[in-house]
Design a protein around this ligand. Structure first.
Ligand SMILES: [Zn+2]
Length: 409
């Protein structure tokens, strides 16, 4: 039985020296996060396996950032940590809105893990704003589990927009077409090229091009354009995205996370950018989940880079507005996002950079006029007019790039 399953998944080589106990194949685990304002539960939905592991092969036992949640894989016998990753989820954003006080809902969340060599425990945890676990769930993974589906390899046309190097050592970003018909494939490749060019026009991405691969995945949608519920426009599209998420006009997201990953089965990817074929303004970026933005709005270039700042580097928003009485960030805890501070623990942020040119402590960030500070007057994470990421954001992004590509001492 074991031999058959191993052959089925093509598990042969083990990963690099830093990734002991792991194989060169990928396990995708699909979860349902469900609950209301007062309760959260995690359910295992299903698992699938595919050949090749394209995530990091360094720093396997540490997290790039705390995030709003984590997934940890440990050897069942020795309890040695094999791999861990952090993330954020739309579910927790939803838990904070008034609707969640009277209604329970479920959200799909899928994560890619390196397939373990032998039986392992996988623990998923969600945290509150202080970093305390509000919900935790552990299940077992058997590498030879016959019910782990063998993922069908995606047959969608793909094209490298940028190839910095080998998929094993580079950060692999998939760019998915959303709301482009089969006839609009060339238009999508052009938009994906603009997206990559916009990212590489910003430091520190500009000087680390050789550490990134960008693969455009031309998923064909039946309809052209995306859904705009407030205008009663519903389209049949590749990842079923829509505006008006949580009734916020500009918030463009998808709940069809499994469908999104199915499009990428067997392809080398770690991070996801979805380009929506529309000129309506909007977007969203969720840390280690995806960036979703509109390709034909005049602000496409700054917006896609801003959202990638969220999804790739876990940066917070540096803009502010009158948020009312229920602040998102509170003074009794330091946010985990590296570019905003409540000054609860400023030393853990950019205190050491305060003597650098352009680095300050400016009140107003994280959707709040008071109580949250940003590192600069302006930044890609604050306005579309800013020419660049501020120095603190640049350092934060560089640290993430290094985390994925260079083994720490
Ligand atoms: Zn910044």
């Amino acid at each position: 039985m074991q031999k058959m399953a191993l052959l089925l998944l093509g598990l042969s080589a083990t990963l690099a020296a830093y990734a002991q106990g792991l194989t060169d194949s990928t396990l995708r685990v699909d979860y349902i996060f469900a609950g209301s304002n007062g309760s959260a539960q995690i359910f295992l939905d299903k698992m699938s396996g595919s050949e090749g592991w394209h995530g990091r092969t360094v720093n396997m036992k540490s997290l790039p950032l705390r995030g709003n949640g984590s997934i940890v894989m440990q050897d069942s016998e020795t309890a040695d940590t094999l791999y861990m990753m952090s993330f954020s989820t739309l579910f927790q954003e939803w838990m904070a809105i008034p609707q969640a006080k009277t209604q329970a809902m479920s959200f799909q969340n899928s994560f890619l893990l390196p397939m373990p060599e032998r039986k392992a425990d996988v623990t998923v945890s969600l945290y509150d704003y202080k970093g305390t676990a509000i919900c935790s769930y552990t299940h077992i993974v058997h590498p030879d589990d016959i019910l782990t589906r063998r993922a069908e390899i995606s047959e969608i046309p793909v094209k490298y927009i940028h190839k910095g190097g080998d998929t094993r050592t580079c950060i692999d970003v998939a760019i998915i077409a959303e709301g482009y018909t089969a006839e609009e494939q060339e238009k999508f490749y052009e938009d994906a090229t603009v997206c990559v060019d916009a990212i590489f026009s910003h430091e520190p991405f500009a000087s680390t091009k050789d550490r990134f691969n960008f693969l455009a995945v031309a998923a064909a949608s039946k309809d052209s354009g995306v859904s705009i519920p407030r205008e009663n426009i519903w389209k049949n599209t590749a990842v079923e995205s829509h505006f008006d998420t949580f009734y916020m006009e500009r918030y463009l997201t998808t709940g069809s996370i499994q469908k999104m990953h199915e499009l990428l089965n067997g392809l080398p990817y770690e991070h996801i950018i979805i380009l929506a074929n529309t000129d309506t303004y909007g977007g969203g970026g969720i840390y280690n989940a995806y960036t979703l933005t509109t390709a034909h709005h005049p602000m496409f270039r700054p917006v896609v880079v801003h959202e990638f700042g969220h999804s790739f580097a876990g940066l917070g928003d540096e803009y502010d507005y009158d948020s009312g009485e229920d602040p998102y960030y509170r003074s009794d805890a330091e946010p985990w996002e590296q570019n905003i501070t409540t000054c609860h623990d400023f030393a853990s942020k950019w205190q050491d950079m305060m003597n650098e040119e352009g680095v300050e402590l400016v009140e107003g960030a994280g959707y709040q006029k008071t109580g949250v500070w940003r590192p600069a007057r302006d930044c890609r994470m604050r306005t579309n007019q800013a020419p660049a990421f501020c120095p603190v954001c640049q350092r934060a992004i560089r640290r993430i790039i290094d985390f994925y590509t260079v083994q720490a001492e």
